[in-house]
Write a protein that binds this ligand. Structure first.
Ligand SMILES: O=C(CO)[C@H](O)[C@H](O)COP(=O)(O)O
Length: 211
């Protein structure tokens, strides 16, 4: 199981400083979150990759259309993994997968707001995406929701893609998430909101490696 740090609420310099503080050895993947890309553009991805060339960088673009083009731009700026929404058209998903494969990069599908998770996950799996990620976004976290049930659903239907989970995961809920055995666990505020970010990430990373 791998650990991805989601960085959402800082600028590019703040994102790089966060990874320095946490230590790249305590992470498998660093995510440039959607708010950072909206505020600062793909420059944030480029600067993160330049600062940490050995770290896998995910650009959380949450693509909905013009997918081939948008993936090509993210990859040109150093992204190793790019996200697209599960609700996007199949043509868009195919375009994203095709473009990423040209340069050996990967596509993670974010299932945020998808109603029939099982059916869509099966379709996406057949379209050749690399990761399928169930995700409770901030707006539903605020009303107490999580993605643990959805994780079990995708685990039961997906056969080729790796599975991932995101949304409000913290140290207290990590054991429950680990027990469901996703391939990738995405944590933002559960690390960045802690006083000792390095210790939290290092403990989480060890828990995942030892599980
Ligand atoms: O994509 C996101 C919000 O849309 C976040 O990156 C994701 O939810 C992980 O962050 P957190 O652990 O703080 O919820």
């Amino acid at each position: 199981m791998k650990l991805q740090l989601a960085i959402d609420l800082v600028d590019t310099a703040g994102a790089i400083a966060l990874v320095k503080e946490i230590g790249e050895d305590n992470l498998d993947i660093v995510e440039i979150g959607t708010p950072v890309v909206i505020n600062e553009g793909l420059r944030a991805v480029k600067e993160m990759k330049a600062a940490f060339p050995n770290l896998t960088v995910l650009a959380d673009l949450k693509i909905m259309d013009a997918a081939g083009y948008e993936v090509s731009q993210a990859v040109a700026h150093g992204a190793d993994i790019v996200t697209i929404l599960g609700a996007a058209e199949d043509m868009s998903i195919k375009g994203a997968v095709e473009e990423a494969k040209k340069s050996g990069k990967q596509i993670l599908v974010d299932m945020i707001a998808v109603k029939d998770i099982a059916t869509r996950a099966k379709e996406l799996d057949a379209l050749g995406v690399d990761y399928i990620c169930v995700h409770t976004g901030y707006d539903l976290q605020a009303v107490g929701q999580n993605s643990f049930e959805d994780l079990a659903t995708i685990k039961s239907v997906v056969t080729n893609a790796k599975t991932a989970v995101a949304g409000g995961i913290k140290m207290e809920t990590l054991p429950e998430v680990i027990a469901a055995r996703p391939d990738l666990i995405i944590v933002g505020g559960g690390i960045t909101g802690q006083d000792d970010k390095q210790e939290t990430a290092s403990t989480m990373h060890r828990m995942l490696q030892e599980a």
